[in-house]
Design a protein around this ligand. Structure first.
Ligand code: AMP
Length: 191
């Protein structure tokens, strides 16, 4: 059983790699973005509306909301190999994840950090948005929000890299390589 975190800015390919690991390697993907979107669809409550607004702006949803969702899932899938995709996104969440895993006697095996050239990432995002203009899109998949999500990544999420480096479970990979090369790198790391 493996428990891994995929860490990287929006658009770096974490979602694509998670799907491959689910299909080919029997992982369960825990994506807080997906879980939050499910939550907002379920209820048109004040909470759902609040979460929606925050997601549309690209800011982080308050820790207590996200943590509540993820802690339940950790318990549910304690006997499975898990990919954490989009969680943790700040140091507090990283510490909570550690404690939550400890409480069910498991720990993280690897944190895989997708290193990205931010200028090229911005170009990719701009092109993707131009190409998909007539298709159905996620509400936070617009240039303004995506650029904000990159800034939020730099200020809140990047400090996690040092946190996991000091725990000696951080692995850096070149996120600019092809989907297949990144996938093989990940397999090497987790095998
Ligand atoms: P994602 O699908 O991972 O790109 O996330 C989409 C949006 O959901 C983010 O821009 C945040 O607003 C919110 N979100 C997802 N995961 C988290 C998290 N771990 N902490 C706070 N907000 C999150």
């Amino acid at each position: 059983m493996k428990r891994i975190v995929l860490l990287g800015p929006p658009g770096c390919g974490k979602g694509t790699q998670s799907k491959l690991l689910v299909e080919r390697n029997s992982f369960v993907q825990l994506s807080t973005g997906d879980l939050l979107r499910e939550e907002t669809l379920k209820s048109n409550s004040d909470l759902g509306i609040k979460i929606n607004k925050i997601m549309e702006s690209g800011e982080l949803v308050p820790d207590e909301i996200v943590i509540d969702i993820i802690v339940k899932k950790v318990k549910e899938f304690r006997d499975k190999s898990i990919i954490f995709d989009g969680f943790p996104r700040n140091i507090n969440q990283a510490k909570v994840l550690d404690n939550s895993l400890k409480s069910v006697s498991i720990e993280l095996d690897n944190v895989i950090f997708f290193e990205i050239n931010f200028d090229i990432l911005k170009e990719r995002i701009e092109n993707r948005i131009k190409e998909s203009q007539n298709q159905e899109q996620r509400k936070d998949d617009n240039l303004e929000t995506l650029l904000n999500r990159i800034e939020v990544f730099k200020s809140s999420t990047l400090p996690i890299v040092d946190f996991y480096e000091s725990k000696e479970i951080l692995n850096k990979i070149d996120g600019m390589k092809s989907i297949d090369s990144v996938y093989s790198e990940i397999l090497k790391i987790i095998s």
